[in-house]
Ligand binder design. Structure first.
Ligand SMILES: [Zn+2]
Length: 179
């Protein structure tokens, strides 16, 4: 397969960086993104890293990501994020994982379901595949696109079980349907 992957947002410490909780979204998404790229390349897939580190605003980050994405003909565009807003203390129940696609007719829907299932198999509640036509990356990329919210940066139960290597393996398996 040919796959575009990027970590959402600018790097931590810059304008338009990601959510910060018990872990930092921008930093962890880059760690996972690098691991997914390595796993997919080891399987012989062609992978382009469309991550943007020099956006001047949130909109600028998004525009630049999409312009990188649309520069390559690929089978999938993959955006890696972490969620925030769990707003709870530890209770031994994760808030969990979810994966967004543009609509119910997205050609990325099956891959999105596989990724959500694979991450959930690590112990996270499966919030499933959701449709979100308003998300800029999903709306403007040419190839089928999915946006992965691995888990919640501000839920202690999510962060207790979160492991970048396991998350990357789950994502790579889900994207390629290879165990
Ligand atoms: Zn994000």
């Amino acid at each position: 397969m040919r796959i575009n992957i990027h970590a959402g947002h600018n790097p931590d410490g810059k304008i338009a960086c990601g959510a910060v909780g018990l872990i930092r979204e921008s930093t962890e998404a880059r760690i996972v993104k690098d691991k997914v790229i390595a796993l997919l390349k080891a399987q012989g897939h062609t992978v382009y890293d469309c991550t943007v580190d020099n956006g001047t605003s949130q909109n600028d980050v998004l525009r630049k990501i999409v312009s990188h994405c649309n520069a390559h003909p690929v089978d999938l565009d993959v955006s890696i994020h972490f969620n925030a807003g769990a707003n709870k203390t530890a209770n031994n129940r994760t808030t969990g994982t979810e994966v967004y696609v543009y609509s119910a007719s997205s050609r990325a829907k099956e891959a999105a379901r596989r990724v959500a299932d694979a991450i959930s198999a690590l112990g996270f509640q499966n919030r499933g595949v959701k449709y979100r036509s308003s998300l800029y990356v999903l709306k403007h990329t040419k190839a089928p696109a999915l946006l992965i919210e691995i888990c919640f940066v501000d839920d202690p139960d999510d962060i207790r079980i979160y492991d970048a290597d396991q998350a990357a393996q789950a994502i790579a398996q889900g994207l390629t349907a290879i165990k």
